[in-house]
Write a protein that binds this ligand. Sequence first.
Ligand code: SF4
Ligand code: SF4
Length: 179
Amino acid sequence: MKMEESNLLRHPMTDEQWTKATGLLSLSVKSMDGTTVRTLVESIFAGIQRIDPLMTAYCLQTCPSCSDPCCRGQDIYYNQADVLYLTALGDPVPPGQTRSSRHDPCRYLGPNGCVLPRTVRPYVCVWYLCESHMDLFSDEPAGIQRSVVDTLRAIRFSRLSLEMLHEKEPFGTRNDRGR
Ligand code: SF4
Ligand code: SF4
């Protein structure tokens, strides 16, 4: 079993590079076992939906007064597991990588925060708990904490499994850096 997600694609990309990379990964997804892919993707999607209300509630409490918003961080990108999940989801993939050059702001950052639904954000934006959020999380009842941790663990397992399926495909051996 893989322990870490690949760093492939975790870098600035032009829209052309993004389209090429997502096209290649979508071919790979199409060549995988459809039932397994659907099970994994549904588990990731459902898991993100499950934690969304809690994360949204935390954001409403803390983000408007945040002095150092995490979305201004410049090391936030979609990675290969994100793109495999997004292409397998069946909806149109977001139009590009978070930025085409290292110093650009995230293209999905709007005046009121992220314009993307949580289910299609880079996964790092989904699981990240900043210090303020950690404070709120540590005040939650143990049952809620356990349920969130279990959900994140299940999502991680499904994302790694999806990547492993990709790596077994002939397309998985190509250089998917989108360059
Ligand atoms: S660092 Fe925390 S409080 Fe600040 S914008 Fe990010 S999630 Fe919100
Ligand atoms: S994708 Fe959304 S949540 Fe992630 S850094 Fe960009 S604006 Fe923030």
